[in-house]
Ligand binder design. Structure first.
Ligand code: BES
Ligand code: MN
Ligand code: ZN
Length: 493
């Protein structure tokens, strides 16, 4: 599929489907659209009246228009209220259009969309992202593709002449999102700590990034007892992945992105029971997936900040070697942890990754983790929890999420709740009481970052969607990649 700008005037455009974005309560066809309607013998006006189309965000209607006009079908898509227009409105509307066009077996699709904020580049990028993200299908594990239907071949953005670079940026970012989706969607017998390290190697090779993989022995030397405690029951070797992007010249900032990389979470000896979703726990490397997806995108976008992509990758399994509930582990900063629940394993792996990143002398660290069910209870499936003591990093991430359309919500770091993690025998326990479970998890992580401004995103909800949602199909969403990219680009300003 090619996405390209077009300078063909609306009235002259020819192709299979022409998509027109209309604002809510402003669906009267005036000016150029009135002329277009005349060209189509008034069929648009009829359609709007018949379907009682009001322009509500993401509502779509379509009709066949007279042959001979050069256009087979017109798709009208609602953009909501003009004053509420966001970049993400365009992205979602473009996704809705792409799905309709595909169902209609369109090969050539034209977009006549307004600009967000008079910004042609950002608007073109959002439309291209919406189309690409909505149409992506994962057929890697099917012996035969089910969907043999007509595919979109050409998408033209009318009035976006000169925005090739913006469309190219969209495609670079989408390649990262799709990598993240593929990593999360692949089962735990396909994506392992070994293959995650191989994926990092492939990115390093393709784009010229530096890569360091710390093996078990290297991690032992660094005293990463928390990470290795989680890894000790798996038959697969743990891999501590550290991929680095360095810009040409002096970096404006030095940043780290850390992703929880549990390629499978059985719960360990506190095994996940029936109804716990154990069969979905291949998703527990969603943080690492977003990290590697962001690396792929950032390596192509070449921002002027240095970025470290880190994941302590392992499985949480059961064997005679497994850590026992009650065992005490020592993390690489010397802190001792009483493991009162082996299913709170993500924070143990992140502890050593955070200590490692904290020593790199960076301006900021963001970690992403499918950390707690409690975060899903608090914020639902669509919204990630943002936990940070640092207001500056918080607002950078909130701004980035606003641009990307990925929803985040800042949660409190209630210091008093740390009492729930107090241990009679070690420095702390890894699990507090059920109430506020996502907050105590974040407070636990905070113990392992001392030098660097840091934020934690709990992505247990949005990493996956059971049903089609905006530009996400059912399944892995690639959540986090676009926000991370916007964050890295934005902090370089
Ligand atoms: N990987 C899970 C969290 C999770 C839950 C991710 C649902 C995605 C969807 C994590 O390792 C875990 O098991 N957390 C426990 C913590 C508890 C033992 C304190 C949880 O949330 O129940
Ligand atoms: Mn767990
Ligand atoms: Zn987990």
């Amino acid at each position: 599929m090619t996405i390209q700008p077009s300078n063909t005037p609306l009235l002259e455009w020819a192709g299979d489907s022409l998509a027109i974005g209309l604002f809510e309560d402003a669906v009267e066809l005036t000016g150029e659209l009135a002329t277009l309607d005349q060209k189509f013998s008034g069929v648009l006006k009829e359609l709007i009246a018949e379907e009682e189309f009001k322009g509500k965000a993401n509502s779509t209607i379509f009709t066949r228009v007279g042959t001979g006009s050069g256009v087979r079908k017109v798709i009208l898509v609602g953009l909501g209220k003009l004053e509420a227009l966001k970049l993400d409105t365009l992205r979602r509307a473009a996704a809705a259009v792409a799905r309709v066009a595909k169902k209609q077996k369109s090969k050539i699709l034209g977009f006549s969309f307004p600009l967000w904020n008079n910004d042609a580049a950002a608007s073109a990028q959002a439309i291209a992202e919406g189309v690409e993200l909505a149409l992506y299908q994962d057929i890697r594990f099917k012996s035969e593709p089910e969907d043999k239907g007509t595919q979109l071949e050409t998408v033209e953005l009318l009035g976006f002449s000169g925005e090739e670079a913006a469309i190219n940026r969209a495609q670079q970012i989408v390649s990262g999102v799709i990598l993240a989706r593929q990593l999360v969607a692949a089962p735990a017998n396909a994506v392992t700590p070994i293959t995650l390290a191989e994926t990092a190697q492939a990115i390093a090779n393709e784009y010229g990034l530096q890569l360091q993989i710390l093996e078990r022995e290297d991690c032992e030397k660094l005293g990463m007892g928390a990470f290795l405690g989680v890894a000790q029951a798996s038959d697969l070797p743990p891999k501590f992945i550290h991929l680095t992007y360095k810009p040409e010249g002096r970096p404006k900032k030095k940043l780290a992105i850390i992703g929880k990389g549990l390629t499978f979470d059985s719960g360990g000896l506190n095994i996940k029971g029936a109804g716990s979703g154990i069969e979905t726990m291949k998703i527990d490397m969603g943080g690492a997936a977003a990290t590697l997806g962001a690396a792929k995108a950032i390596a192509q976008l070449k921002p002027d900040s240095e970025v470290h992509f880190i994941s302590a990758a392992t499985e949480n399994m059961i064997s005679g070697h497994a850590m026992r509930p009650g065992d005490i582990l020592t993390a690489s900063n010397g802190k001792t942890i009483e493991v009162n629940n082996t299913d709170a394993e993500g924070r143990l792996t992140l502890a050593d990754a955070l200590v490692y990143a904290d020593k790199l002398g960076l301006d900021a660290i963001v970690d992403l983790a499918t950390l707690t069910g409690a975060n899903v209870i608090a914020l639902g499936e669509d919204i990630a929890g943002l936990y940070t003591p640092d207001d500056a990093v918080a607002s950078e991430l909130e701004k980035a999420a606003q641009t990307s359309g990925e929803k985040i919500w800042r949660m409190p770091m209630e210091e008093k709740y740390f009492e729930g993690l107090k241990s009679g025998i070690a420095d702390m326990k890894n699990t507090g009481p059920r109430p506020g479970g996502s907050i105590t998890a974040a407070l636990f992580l905070k113990e392992f970052v001392k030098e660097t401004p840091w934020a934690h995103l709990d992505i247990a909800g949005p990493v996956w969607t059971d049903k089609e949602n905006g530009y996400n199909g059912a399944g892995a969403t690639g959540y986090g990649v676009r926000t991370l990219v916007d964050w890295v680009l934005g902090t370089g300003e």
